[in-house]
Design a protein around this ligand. Structure first.
Ligand SMILES: [Mg+2]
Ligand SMILES: [Zn+2]
Length: 218
């Protein structure tokens, strides 16, 4: 039986919504935020610079962020999928170029707080201003603040199949590193452009069915 090392994106993948985007639309200046995101998508600035611009005009206290997080949902089938993978002996990692402060609160809400999480984080000052913390920036490709390709490479173990599940531009550096890709939205478009093979998926039931087939047959 094959064992999988599964790397899962958070915003728009494990979480139903792009929580990071909603975070900035809620607590930042939407015009500044949208301009920064567009500059990042055009490749003009790194995601670290995008976040610095957005956070300069963001005001939020920890309790407000916790309340915001409590309203978020996971994608259909996500919890069942993760528990099945863990029962099967697979490893599951959450990798995000977003911020651990809201991801942790949401994982906790669904009882998934023990999942290993690699993400950026935020520090609060008493006036409500937010400072980004980029623990993995030194390993970045120059485009990501938290480059997912780095985590895939550093955690690789011989004999395990590496799987990536994602939906967006921040997943680009991971998909060329793994054995099996599940992609939707912008990530699927990117894989099409680059000729990277992937399984299209809508929800985690799809992912689970395909992975179980691979586990049994190869
Ligand atoms: Mg995403
Ligand atoms: Zn990268």
């Amino acid at each position: 039986m094959k064992r999988f090392q599964i790397f899962c994106d958070f915003d728009g993948t494990l979480a139903e919504n792009d929580v990071g985007q909603q975070f900035f639309l809620t607590f930042s200046d939407p015009a500044v935020s949208e301009a920064a995101v567009r500059a990042w998508m055009r490749g003009e600035i790194s995601s670290a610079e995008m976040y610095r611009r957005e956070l300069a005009v963001t005001r939020a206290r920890p309790e407000q962020i916790r309340q915001f997080a409590l309203h978020q949902r996971l994608s259909p089938g996500a919890e069942t999928f993760i528990r099945r993978c863990q029962q099967a002996g697979d490893e599951v990692f959450i990798v995000s170029d977003g911020f651990a402060v809201y991801i942790r609160a949401i994982l906790e809400k669904f009882g998934l707080q023990t999942l290993p999480l690699f993400a950026n984080d935020l520090e609060f000052n008493p006036a409500g201003a937010l400072q980004p913390v980029f623990p993995y920036l030194e390993h970045s490709c120059g485009r990501c603040a938290n480059c997912k390709g780095y985590h895939v490479r550093r955690l690789r173990k011989s004999g395990w199949l590496q799987v990536y599940i994602g939906d967006g531009y921040s997943d680009r550096c991971a998909v060329s590193e793994v054995d099996i890709v599940f992609a939707k939205r912008d990530l699927a478009k990117y894989c099409d452009e680059k000729g990277i093979a992937y399984h299209a998926f809508e929800n985690f039931e799809d992912v689970q069915n395909i992975l179980e087939k691979i586990r049994r047959t190869g």
